[in-house]
Ligand binder design. Structure first.
Ligand code: FES
Ligand SMILES: [Fe+2]
Length: 353
């Protein structure tokens, strides 16, 4: 069971997460049950450009609620469950002026309000407010939309993003469907996050990426509810043109890698943003979905964010092999590098509490 004492706050004394966190069904269910308290990445507004109704399939695995985004005068996050007999209202992205259930024709406005229903004239006390689609919390930051069922504080994360990268015109980045990926891997979701949270493995696992990044300058910063890793470009490689207002002005930054608990990864490169959504499917199976949003297409294919498919394949091989290792009888837990694994330690402390 999760236990806040399990990870020593002093990384020099601490031992890593016990293997039951990656292998035990009960621990898994308890942790994933807590995802209802978190904000999750829903979409970037540019995904609502061509379609104004967007089902959010990943939210069903994350918080147990099928949701959709509907855009008319405002963007709303609504339940995707018809209030008649529970059919999903939208099964794919579409452009529509109303939401019409495909099962028996019940219709809702894009605000979720019940509009009409065939063959219901004689029904008493109908419609009532419970016939409207439920609405969920939705937060917008610079075109990025986050949703949740009963989410907690998010201000620390947004303040961190605002102060660091608030200068980027993120709301004008454009969704590029050709960059969409979905992978199901045989590993616990937290092992995938562990691997993401350190650059320690880059020289061993990612030969090409290692050529782009200055390993010794790679930095990790911790904040409430998340971790930022900063990749510094080698002298001849692609980097951001940072304005005076950036706290990193004057540095050769190749990538800002943000992770927000539990499974949101926002990877900013000079070409734009790659979002990874990490969704647990079961204790040893995880879905990783990529969405790409382009800022400057002339920089695609360059630098640390140049060949994400290759880096992803390398990471997945490692993470799946690690799942087999942590399930072994002889392994329970290890130790942390105080210089290279502060992000992993921070994550484990959040998980164990
Ligand atoms: S389930 Fe939607 S109209 Fe019947
Ligand atoms: Fe990696």
């Amino acid at each position: 069971m999760p236990d806040s004492g399990v990870i020593d706050p002093d990384i020099k004394k601490a031992r890593t997460l016990p293997s039951r966190y990656y292998t035990n069904e009960e621990v898994f269910s308890e942790i994933v049950g807590g995802f209802a308290d978190c904000w999750h990445f829903a979409a970037h507004e540019s995904q609502l450009g061509k379609h104004n109704v967007l089902p959010l399939e990943h939210m069903e695995s994350l918080v147990g609620e099928p949701m959709l985004l509907a855009h008319d005068n405002a963007v709303r996050c609504l339940s995707n469950v018809c209030t008649h007999r529970g059919m999903l209202v939208a099964t794919e992205a579409c452009n529509a002026s109303t939401l019409r259930c495909g099962y028996h024709g019940r219709t809702f406005g894009l605000d979720g309000c019940f509009r009409n229903m065939p063959e219901f004239d004689e029904v008493e006390d109908f419609p009532s407010p419970s016939d409207n689609l439920a609405a969920f919390a939705l937060k917008r930051w610079k075109g990025l939309l986050f949703a949740g069922t009963k989410p907690n504080r998010f201000e620390d994360c947004l303040e961190e993003l605002e102060s660091r990268i608030g200068w980027m015109p993120i709301e004008s980045f454009q969704h590029d469907p050709s960059r969409h990926r979905s992978y199901d891997i045989d590993a616990n979701w937290a092992l995938y996050v562990d691997n993401y949270l350190e650059g320690f493995h880059i020289p061993y696992v990612h030969g090409d990426l290692h050529e782009e990044l200055d390993y010794d300058s790679y930095r990790t910063e911790l904040f409430e509810g998340g971790v930022l890793q900063i990749g510094i470009a080698r002298s001849n490689e692609s980097c951001f043109e940072l304005p005076d207002s950036s706290p990193d002005h004057g540095q050769r930054i190749a990538a800002y890698y943000y992770w927000l608990y539990p499974g949101v990864m926002l990877n900013f490169y000079p070409w734009g943003l790659s979002v990874n959504i990490i969704t647990p499917l079961s204790v040893d199976r995880t879905r990783i979905v990529y969405h790409g949003f382009v800022w400057d297409s002339s920089k695609l294919g360059m630098g640390a964010g140049g060949d994400l498919d290759k880096v992803e394949g390398e990471d997945q091989g490692i993470v799946e092999a690690t799942q087999r290792g942590v399930a072994a009888g002889v392994y329970d837990r290890g130790r942390y590098s105080p210089t290279k694994e502060t992000g992993v330690h921070h994550f484990h402390r959040i998980l164990a509490s």
